[in-house]
Ligand binder design. Structure first.
Ligand code: SF4
Length: 385
């Protein structure tokens, strides 16, 4: 990362040749879902939250963002394959000229070839599958759906065929929420996803302890525990798998200096800093604006990178003195509520190398005794994408 301070900023991101330059919008179709992941951000959505976006509203949103220059669109939920208007929305996006049309899905519906054909035929170019375990026990426990592992494996096998035929031109990826139940298994998960399911693009995002995982220290490991496993994963990828493997949601000062000071490795692995597309979001809103969002016509619209930085993450007082404060987003609020910020330290350039102003913590912090898992997770504000 030497010289990162001189890397030009484009919009609110660092310039990066590893980043797809298309502007992206993610449209939330509604929060209904056919899984019950134990870390789900949506907690227990109300009936209104589960309601799907009207097709005419979806079309208006698609046209609106396209007219602003966005060429990439992602459909999110909940579970977007449950949205009755999904095929029509994808087709309309293609007609409008979007060239990258993606879906973030638990993939259950993609077990059916007819469904795969309809979505790809309508214009789908990329599928990101949420999958968090490499065994029946782990995946079914994390999604709280018996049979989820087998169903996802079947779906990925179908999607892989489409990818290999060139029918998913923006790729097929797996997205893992790295949490207290699965992080130790990350090297085994990589072996499974890369070598058994033949996935070429794996992303791990550190758990955001809100919704069902709010206050849950069991599901939320400390960064002090997770980072060594993440480093092992990077080494494995460098020397064995050699696939696209990225991480997100980890503040930069908890990374080892060897990684931080390697521009090449950071560009390759630090997904949220160097690879993620600039992303705007459109989410149903009941009319109350929050933070950087603007609310109009029943939709809250915001830029995801800004929303994380200004509304959803904490930056310690020390962040103001940090050499990477313009790049790093900090820690999820929910993490700070459980563990505080003792693992953070401002970064400084010393002799051209980045290092922490204080040593890394010797022991992982203990959870704040006043935080405990919410029995009935609070309903989150509607603006969480
Ligand atoms: S001190 Fe703050 S801004 Fe700097 S790397 Fe750590 S979390 Fe990020």
């Amino acid at each position: 990362m030497r010289g990162v301070a001189t890397v030009p900023v484009v919009g609110n991101q660092l310039a990066s040749a590893s980043r797809d330059s298309r502007r992206n919008v993610e449209i939330n179709v509604g929060k209904a879902c056919n899984n019950k992941c134990v870390f789900c951000l949506d907690g227990m959505p109300s009936k209104a939250d589960k309601g799907f976006i009207l097709l005419e509203t979806m079309k208006r949103e698609l046209a609106r963002w396209r007219s602003l220059g966005h060429e990439s669109v992602g459909f999110l939920g909940g579970e977007p394959t449950m949205y009755p208007g999904i095929v029509e929305s994808i087709r309309y996006a293609r007609e409008l000229g979007y060239t990258r049309i993606a879906i973030a899905t638990n993939a259950m519906m993609f077990r059916r070839q007819e469904f795969v054909d309809r979505l790809i035929g309508a214009g789908l170019t990329r599928v990101t599958v949420s999958m968090h375990g490499h065994t029946v026990e782990l995946e079914d426990k994390l999604t709280a759906v018996p049979g989820a592992f087998i169903k996802k494996c079947e779906a990925i096998a179908r999607l892989r065929v489409e990818r290999d035929r060139g029918r998913l031109r923006d790729g097929l990826s797996v997205n893992v929420v790295l949490n207290g139940w699965n992080y130790r298994a990350l090297p085994r998960m990589m072996k499974f996803f890369f070598e058994k399911l033949h996935i070429g693009d794996l992303r791990v995002n550190f758990v955001r302890p809100e919704g069902y995982a709010e206050g849950n220290a069991e599901l939320t490991p400390t960064l002090t525990e997770v980072v060594p496993v993440l480093m092992k994963a990077i080494l494995l990828n460098e020397h064995r798998f050699r696939r696209t493997f990225t991480f997100g949601g980890v503040p930069l000062c908890v990374l080892p200096a060897e990684l931080l000071n390697s521009g090449g490795l950071m560009r390759k692995y630090a997904g949220d800093v160097f690879r993620d597309l600039s992303t705007d979001c459109s989410v149903r809103s009941d009319g109350h604006g929050e933070g950087v969002s603007t609310v109009e016509e029943g939709r809250a619209r915001f830029n995801w990178q800004d929303r994380k930085r200004f509304d959803l993450k904490n930056r310690d007082d020390a962040c103001g003195e940090c050499a990477l404060s313009s790049v790093c987003e900090g820690l999820w609020h929910g993490y700070v509520e459980i563990y505080g910020t003792s693992e953070l330290s401002p970064l400084r350039f010393n002799g051209g190398r980045l290092s922490r102003a204080t040593r890394s913590v010797a022991e992982a912090p203990s959870p704040n005794p006043s935080t405990r898992p919410t029995r009935r997770p609070r309903r989150l504000p509607l603006l969480s994408p």
